[in-house]
Design a protein around this ligand. Structure first.
Ligand SMILES: C[S@@+](CC[C@H](N)C(=O)[O-])C[C@H]1O[C@@H](n2cnc3c(N)ncnc32)[C@H](O)[C@@H]1O
Length: 262
């Protein structure tokens, strides 16, 4: 089922929506505290790409002097931890308020972090081969097309560099939201899912609120096949869950991959 496609500037809408999420205290906008940074300085650190599982330590290079791009990763979390662990960190995000969270931690902890506002599908502000590592936590559900993200990530990585990504398993976008609230998973939508055309504006507002970020459910062909098509070799994979979501009683609904530019 499709509704008439709405013509909205997704990037502008989601910038406003994520700025409002910062005001509202959404968990993905809360910066890490001083104890986390102090531990990271001692070499005791972890980060997440998905809701709960830490990224395996073996997925990281030596961070000393490593040029890291935290891609669509504002909020004062991954960026400050990696900087405290010794990396040269650039945080790139579409939300000025999310980037301000990273700057606030950097100032509080005397960390050197560069913040850049922009769209994850366009990294033209960075030269080819500028980074050794890209950390890309769940965020590509906020753009209608994910393949440009993989192509740009490939371009800005050095040979041997790795892209660590978290994303939704698109299965979460299949179900009727009314039935889900009543505890029933009933398939209603097909993939790819788009809040510009799969559901009406009225229904979206009723379920998620008018100011919620617009979401898109990409196919696995685009999420995993898209990385391979961009030139990456996938060398790591795990799944994760979101406790409290109905589907987590049946299967994991988040995926993380490690992809290398060889
Ligand atoms: C769930 S948060 C992820 C960041 C968080 N630090 C974490 O731990 O997961 C999603 C982020 O994606 C960013 N975002 C949404 N659309 C974007 C776009 N088109 N380009 C860059 N960033 C975007 C949002 O501003 C938000 O900071």
């Amino acid at each position: 089922m499709k509704t008439k496609r709405r013509d909205i500037d997704v990037r502008a809408f989601n910038r406003m929506a994520w700025d409002k999420n910062v005001e509202a205290g959404n968990p993905w906008t809360i910066p890490v505290d001083a104890a986390v940074i102090a531990a990271a300085r001692r070499g005791d650190w972890e980060i997440i790409l998905t809701p709960t599982k830490p990224v395996p330590p073996a997925w990281f290079p030596d961070l000393a002097g490593c040029d890291v791009l935290c891609l669509a990763s504002g909020g004062g979390q991954q960026g400050p931890i990696l900087a405290a662990a010794g990396a040269n960190v650039t945080v790139y995000d579409n939300s000025p308020r999310q980037l301000a969270q990273d700057r606030a931690v950097a100032e509080r902890e005397k960390l050197d972090i560069r913040t850049v506002e922009g769209d994850m599908r366009d990294l033209s502000v960075f030269a080819a081969g500028a980074f050794d590592l890209i950390v890309h936590p769940i965020s590509n559900c906020f753009v209608p097309d994910v393949r440009p993200v993989w192509r740009e990530a490939y371009r800005v990585l050095r040979r041997g560099g790795a892209l660590l990504s978290g994303f939704n398993n698109p299965v979460i976008y299949l179900f009727d939201p009314d039935k889900e609230k009543a505890g029933v998973l009933e398939v209603r939508f097909s993939l790819p899912y788009s809040e510009l055309e799969t559901i009406s504006e009225e229904e979206r507002a009723r379920h998620y609120g008018t100011d919620a970020p617009l979401e898109f459910g990409h196919t696995l062909q685009d999420l995993i096949g898209g990385q391979i098509d961009a030139g990456f070799v996938i060398t790591g994979f795990y799944e994760d869950t979101f406790p409290g979501e109905l589907i987590s009683d049946y299967c994991d609904s988040f995926i993380a991959t490690r992809a290398v530019k060889q």
